[in-house]
Design a protein around this ligand. Structure first.
Ligand code: ATP
Ligand code: MG
Length: 348
């Protein structure tokens, strides 16, 4: 029995998490989902966006799905866990955020197949939870400081994850930084990538500065395989790549450490379409498949088989023309999910 947590989150979170849960339940795996509160709903009930009951429950799970979080809209004051997503990443040391982006429709940009390895626990975003209360990052009401933390250990860990992934698939790695301006952190990050690259002489390796790479990605998106970068750059580049591939709704993600994994779509809570039933659940469904694949590396064989079946069912469904509005169709989230499940039943 596989025990998975389901954390709805905000905005379109509940709609897309339930779609992913339905798809996983439609595989022949013996899986049980347990709901835990997170985000705004949790704050209203428990006074915390990541209550202890959630942290304790997740420790007992094999992994979990996290819906998107609408932290930008949370009230300014007295909210310790301002961003549940980063709280969970920190609490479980989920240092690696793997975001594979593929084109499922013809966007005119060619067949994109890029996997971004985003360092997930340090960098600029690490100060997010410290803005409230202590004033250290707001010396006056008109001045805000952002501090970036880059360590050798974490640069090395994410580089190792990226190179191992590339070596297994016989593809190349591109490391992206802004070391010409953010000199110390950028240089340290690239140095660690270079050291790891020496252990993988068969994996092609090059480095880029983030601004040039952003243009390069638009102009030649099919040229790149694995991209490894620091936290904030990974956040931005994965939305860019997802946009080139056609929609933010197509880009899945897995946050993981050695011992824990959290499936989470690349996009945010999409408040503009929340509750309308038209969100594309693909990113969340594929994130769940990534979680199964990760679990399968540690346990039995039928888990990665189920992950592959989900990936195929999603691709076939989109191919057959059942599409949500963000990729030019008129299917609702539910109609799309039903079609994926029907396809899954044909496959298995
Ligand atoms: P965050 O800061 O939480 O990452 P964001 O500001 O980056 O949020 P998103 O919530 O990702 O913004 O939304 C950006 C745009 O993409 C919105 O117009 C939204 O409707 C659209 N979008 C995001 N996810 C989906 C989805 N699954 N299906 C359809 N459209 C989506
Ligand atoms: Mg975003």
């Amino acid at each position: 029995m596989i025990k998975l947590g389901a954390l709805d989150g905000d905005g379109i979170g509940p709609e897309i998490v339930s779609a992913a849960v339905r798809v996983v339940e439609a595989t022949d795996l013996d899986v049980e989902f347990i709901n835990y509160p997170v985000g705004w709903e949790a704050y209203e009930e428990y006074d915390s966006t990541v209550p202890q009951v959630t942290l304790d429950g997740l420790k007992e799970c094999d992994g979990w799905l996290l819906g998107p979080i609408f932290a930008g809209e949370y009230p300014e004051d007295d909210l310790a866990d301002r961003n549940p997503s980063s709280t969970l990443r920190q609490a479980f040391d989920l240092y690696s955020n793997v975001r594979p982006i593929r084109s499922y429709t013809d966007t005119g940009s060619g067949e994109i197949d890029i996997t971004i390895f985003r360092q997930n626990t340090e960098g600029f975003l690490a100060d997010r939870n410290m803005h409230v209360g202590d004033g250290r990052f707001m010396p006056t009401g008109d001045v805000a400081l952002s501090v970036r933390v880059v360590t050798r250990q974490e640069s090395r860990r994410i580089a190792e994850a990226a190179f191992a992934y590339a070596a297994e698939r016989d593809i190349d790695v591109t490391a992206v930084s802004k070391k010409n301006v953010l000199q110390h952190g950028g240089t340290l990050f690239i140095e660690e990538c270079e050291k790891v690259s020496e252990q993988y002489p068969h994996v092609g390796f090059e480095t880029f500065i983030i601004d040039a790479f952003s243009a390069e990605l638009v102009m030649n998106p099919t040229e790149y395989d694995v991209v490894v970068t620091t936290n904030l750059f990974g956040d931005i580049l994965s939305d860019e790549a997802a946009g080139i591939a056609g929609s933010l709704g197509l880009a899945p993600g897995l946050n993981h450490s050695h011992d824990h994994a959290m499936a989470q779509a690349t996009h945010g809570a999409a408040p503009d379409i929340a509750g309308e039933g038209i969100a594309n659940p693909t990113s969340m469904i594929l994130s769940a498949a990534m979680l199964l694949d990760w679990l399968g590396r540690r346990e039995t064989e039928d888990i990665p088989e189920a992950a592959t079946a989900i990936n195929n069912a999603v691709a076939q469904t989109i191919d057959s023309g059942v599409r949500t509005p963000d990729i030019g169709g008129n299917a609702t989230n539910e109609e799309f999910t039903d079609a994926v499940i029907a396809q899954l039943q044909i496959e298995t």
